[in-house]
Design a protein around this ligand. Sequence first.
Ligand SMILES: [Zn+2]
Length: 351
Amino acid sequence: MRESIERIAGDSEGAFYEFPLFRFAGSDKAAPSAYLQAALHAGELPGVVAIDALMPMLTKAEAEDRVKGDITIVPWANPIGRAQYHFGEHQGRFHLGSRANFNRGFPLLASPDPALLPNATLGGADQRLKTRLLQLSLGHDIVLDLHCDDEGLAYLYVHTSLWPAMTDCAAALGVGAVVLWSEDTDGTFEGASIMPYQNAPADVAKLDRRVVTTVEYRGMLDVDATLARADADGLYRLLVARGTVVDPDLPGPGPFTGVVAPLENIDMMPAPRAGAVLYNVKPGDRVARGDRLATIVHAPGEAEGHIEVFAPQDGIILTRRSRRIIRAGEDLLKLVGESKSADSRSGTLED
Ligand SMILES: [Zn+2]
């Protein structure tokens, strides 16, 4: 394993950011290569600690000559967001200098040709970081972007062109749900990693062996040694299932038993009033149309001071907010329904 340091110049003289990069050289050039990054939203740490738990497993595999495909790992992909504190609170989702979401605005290339990448020395520091991350990941057969939600089940976003071929990956990672999407107008890292292959010839696209996904490792507070070890086991199972790492003792991933639904089936449930949220459901709960999801206390102490929110259709609760204060119009939760949501949204679900 080789460690190197990436350096991104800041937006002013004397400021710069660094992040480490680990590379395992595979012994078989025909084996699928893999790129893993975590904490693009810099405060989302379940993936960071999962990678920390995965590294000794890969180091052992390397020592035993079982790493077949090249593996590139960026355990903490966003040093800019990592350093952002605003009035004492960490802010790792948006770049404070530009208000841009760190997982939007990646260059959407017409084909997987590195020559099409923007000049990595141009633009603001956050844009140059995005260009560099895409440059580092481009060309890998497996690209995993490890995030987490607010409070939630473990779930994946997967482009429709990779499903059901990625069923084994969902099973290997042990996630509870897979959300399928088909368009990206905002330039997420995942979108920038799969859209260039959509018009590529089949022998370049190789969609049957390609893996691109945003892994949502539950919630912000699910940073825990036991979960990290389980998630590292899942990542390792995926790498073995796809032949990047060889481990004859490891059983295959088995069938995927979680929920699979298109993005349009998700109800986000915008809050009708501002106030304090009392949830009646938690991630993983099954609900029927008409079940109460939450009560918003908008005028505490007044007889008419509560408003209830009900499930518009049958489904499963995928996520909910971690904070209980809410403004009118903000989303209460993600309900994965059996059919298309009346509030279905195209592109990304959130800012
Ligand atoms: Zn995220």
